[in-house]
Design a binder for this molecule. Structure first.
Ligand SMILES: [Zn+2]
Length: 365
């Protein structure tokens, strides 16, 4: 049985790297010998290719109606825009300042927050993108520690652009263990509470905390921070695809969070491996294990994630918000009919629909 009416994965990478040849050329190692640190150091230089055939296959298998495509290190906005053009009923894309990062990486122009925001502005003006992400633009070449004040100053120009275009932003939260995510690049990923000031300063900009504080690990420490920001700010949402069942329960029980704040998004395509510890809690969770080799097959994250939701035994209208209703409202995704989702106080704008039925649902037989 399909788990919800309209299922949207709000965090998908449809691009993949052909790493074998590039690894040999750039670091003199083949993929079997390369570590996660090697991968992190070369990712921005690797050539991405279109992985949508595998993605569409998984969408059919798991009845996922639509995906929000994200660029990330080395993955381009252009390829995502092309995929949206080819499959408008299956994909939308968010964008980020990839060109600014690449120019800085090649030494052609220094990275600045203003240049990154200007690139985001131009991309959103094209009408091809529905929001900003993955994460906020950052300087991959920076090697000094960024404090909260400096980093929020870097983020504000991007928030202004999102406000101007009326689109959601995404802040990366959590760590995955294989890649060294640092205070040089995305300090906010280690400090989800930093979203608080942005949420108050830009109350009309929806802020989605990617991974809901848990990119990959067993600890709930950063999830707790993410829950705190979401509970205290109407415009903060939590992405939940890598959460295990109990984490959903915590958010659903909180009267200031609830289903209205949760978006299913699994980082499909990032191919994060799962670690099993069946006698412990959680029995399995996403994480990169540094002493293990890089993963070469396409990890099946949807099967695991949908099982976490299946176990919840909650009201279906709540599940429908988590699985797609909230994403449809925030990203204005086309849905088959009006009134498919319970109204939400924090996302008043309804998604566009194919029909114009404005009748009131019958209240009795
Ligand atoms: Zn991602």
């Amino acid at each position: 049985m399909k788990l919800g009416r309209f299922i949207v994965d709000s965090h998908v990478h449809a691009q993949r790297f052909a790493a074998g040849k590039a690894f040999k050329e750039k670091i003199g190692k083949d993929t079997d010998k390369a570590s996660y640190t090697d991968l992190a150091g070369t990712m921005a230089l690797l050539e991405p290719y279109d992985n949508s055939a595998r993605l569409l296959y998984d969408m059919d298998i798991y009845s996922v109606d639509m995906c929000v495509l994200l660029p990330a290190f080395g993955m381009t906005n252009e390829l995502n825009a092309e995929l949206v053009e080819r499959h408008p009923e299956r994909f939308v894309a968010v964008c980020s300042a990839v060109e600014t990062a690449q120019k800085a990486g090649r030494g052609e122009a220094p990275w600045t927050a203003e240049a990154a925001a200007a690139e985001c502005d131009e991309l959103l003006s094209s009408g091809k993108f529905v929001g900003l992400g993955e994460g906020f633009p950052a300087d991959a070449g920076n090697r000094s520690t960024l404090g909260q004040v400096e980093r929020l100053e870097q983020i504000r120009p991007t928030m202004e652009v999102a406000q101007k275009h009326g689109v959601p932003v995404r802040m990366h939260t959590g760590v995955i263990m294989g890649y060294p995510l640092t205070h040089h690049f995305w300090p906010e990923t280690l400090n989800p509470m930093w979203a608080t000031d942005l949420a108050v300063e830009y109350p009309d900009v929806p802020i989605i905390l990617e991974h809901g504080g848990l990119q990959g690990w067993w600890s709930e420490r950063l999830v707790e921070e993410a829950l705190c920001v979401a509970a205290a700010n109407d415009n903060v949402f939590l992405e939940t695809g890598l959460w295990w069942s109990d984490l959903y329960k915590k958010a659903l029980m909180d009267p200031n969070i609830g289903a209205e704040k949760l978006l299913w998004g699994c980082d499909w395509g990032a191919s994060i491996p799962f670690h099993a510890q069946y006698d412990s809690h959680p029995p399995a969770y996403a994480v990169q294990v540094r002493k293990q080799k890089l993963v070469r097959h396409q990890i099946d994250v949807w099967g695991w994630s949908l099982k976490q939701l299946w176990r919840l035994d909650i009201v279906q209208d709540d599940l429908n918000l988590i699985l797609g209703g909230n994403a449809a409202r925030l990203y204005q995704l086309p849905v088959p009919h009006k009134r498919l989702f319970r109204p939400a106080y924090n996302a008043p704008q309804e998604p566009p629909v194919a029909d114009d039925d404005d009748s009131i649902a019958p209240q009795c037989c």
